[in-house]
Design a protein around this ligand. Structure first.
Ligand SMILES: Nc1ncnc2c1ncn2[C@@H]1O[C@H](COP(=O)(O)OP(=O)(O)OP(=O)(O)O)[C@@H](O)[C@H]1O
Length: 283
């Protein structure tokens, strides 16, 4: 089984892992009339880090929101830790979210409080722990992301990579069973990106958690995840372990791994032909 060493290779799923922590079965979702997800089947086993990739607007963030219970599926089942998220009431949802860490796009920190207070925020909000214990927990989380020395700084005094690491520390403050990341690498320079990637893997393994990460960064993901799903037009179009993805000849995977501008993922958002719209330039 995979330990804390990211070089140890993908987590091998055996019977001992039991039922997946997250399971989506034939999940469909529409914003009003606009159908976004058209029958998604996806599993995240305990201990795994799983990436979800796909073109812009294909429904990746929507998938994370369904897992986090911020949205309800139009049909199909979203199960987390054996419970149907779509059927949970408010208090159950609140209790479940307390066991999830979330880092949404750009991991926005509260700008007018210190790094320490940012990481302490979920602990103060969701627990009745005494201040001395909160302080110890915050310092341990900051230590885990290498920023204990930055505890008294304000977010404005941090680099982009440091700010993302603080957001990671805050996302895992409550020792979550599941961590959801939306574009954790967005806007980072290559070195920070590598550091954040390794931290995502290490925090997952150290906590014995599972992680789902929506990202465009194929190469970093291949280094740290156990499994990858590719989404297009509301469906899973390819999936596999990093080795399977690297060896794949699937045109969709090929387009992604090689960052090609066009291919199965179209460059253009669906629209009528442009010559049906232009009025003065017809031949
Ligand atoms: N609240 C909303 N109301 C209506 N449509 C929405 C809403 N949120 C998202 N959409 C649409 O649903 C589709 C999927 O959005 P989503 O944010 O899940 O995509 P994504 O794959 O995460 O995109 P990106 O990679 O660009 O962040 C998009 O076409 C988007 O325009």
């Amino acid at each position: 089984m995979r330990g804390s060493n990211p070089a140890a290779g993908p987590l091998v799923i055996t019977a001992e892992h039991g039922a997946p922590l997250v399971s989506l079965r034939d999940v469909r979702f529409a914003y009003g009339e606009r159908s976004v997800l058209r029958g998604i089947d996806l599993s995240v086993h305990r201990g795994q880090v799983v990436a979800i990739m796909g073109g812009s607007g294909c429904g990746k963030t929507t998938l994370l929101r369904l897992i986090g219970g911020q949205l309800k599926a139009s049909s199909g089942v979203v199960e987390v830790d054996g419970r149907d998220v779509g059927k949970m009431g408010r208090s159950d949802l609140y209790a479940m979210r307390r066991r999830m860490g979330m880092l949404f796009q750009f991991g926005a920190l509260f700008t007018d409080i210190s790094v320490f207070d940012n990481v302490a925020f979920p602990l103060r909000e969701h627990t009745n722990l005494p201040p001395s214990m909160i302080s110890d927990l915050v310092l341990m989380k900051l230590q885990a992301v290498g920023l204990r020395g930055a505890a008294s700084l304000r977010p404005g005094e941090l680099s982009g990579g440091m700010a993302r690491r603080v957001a990671l520390a805050r996302a895992v403050a409550l020792d979550p069973m599941l961590i959801l990341y939306d574009e954790p690498f967005a806007g980072l320079d290559p070195i920070s990106l590598g550091i954040v990637g390794q931290l995502i893997r290490r925090l997952n393994d150290a906590l014995g958690a599972s992680s789902v990460m929506v990202t465009h960064d194929v190469h970093e993901s291949l280094e740290i995840v156990d499994y990858i799903y590719f989404v297009s037009e509301g469906r899973i179009v390819a999936q596999g372990t990093p080795d399977e993805i690297r060896a794949s000849s699937d045109p969709f995977v090929h387009q992604f791994v090689n960052a090609e501008a066009d291919g199965p993922v179209p460059f253009h958002y669906p629209a009528p032909p442009i010559d049906s719209l232009l009025q003065g330039v017809r031949p």
